[in-house]
Design a protein around this ligand. Sequence first.
Ligand code: RB5
Length: 149
Amino acid sequence: MTTENRIVVSSDHAAIALRQAIAAHIASQGWDVVDIGPTTPESTHYPAHGAAAAQRVVSGDCQLGIILCGTGQGIMMAANKVKGIRCGVCSDTFSARMIRMHNDANMLSIGARVVGEGLALDIVDAFLNARFEGGRHATRVEMIDALEG
Ligand code: RB5
């Protein structure tokens, strides 16, 4: 069962400050934020953090997830290996809106070394405020999910 309004956030060491800014931003909007770290700056491994956040989503503990690393790319690749995850990296608000409207993305990835905090918060808002359109897009999302076997 999915817990509505609960969102998991995670990152590697390259994105701690931006992750914490995003967590505070969405908490102020009423989201129940599950921040699974890390909190200390030692070098760490983004696949583990991406997978941990993804597990929170596919288990139903969290409705959505936001993950970050330096580029947003590595942690996105790791999250997308978890069955049931549809995660996109976004550096613009249009893409962030569209990955929910057309792709029913359940996770968003952002590169902390790519975008500044102001744009990152706008990207997060675009993602969270968009809704899946269904219809022909549902057929395509089903085709994506079928590739997982
Ligand atoms: C860490 O230096 C960096 O490789 C990582 O944050 C990320 O950008 C990988 O995709």
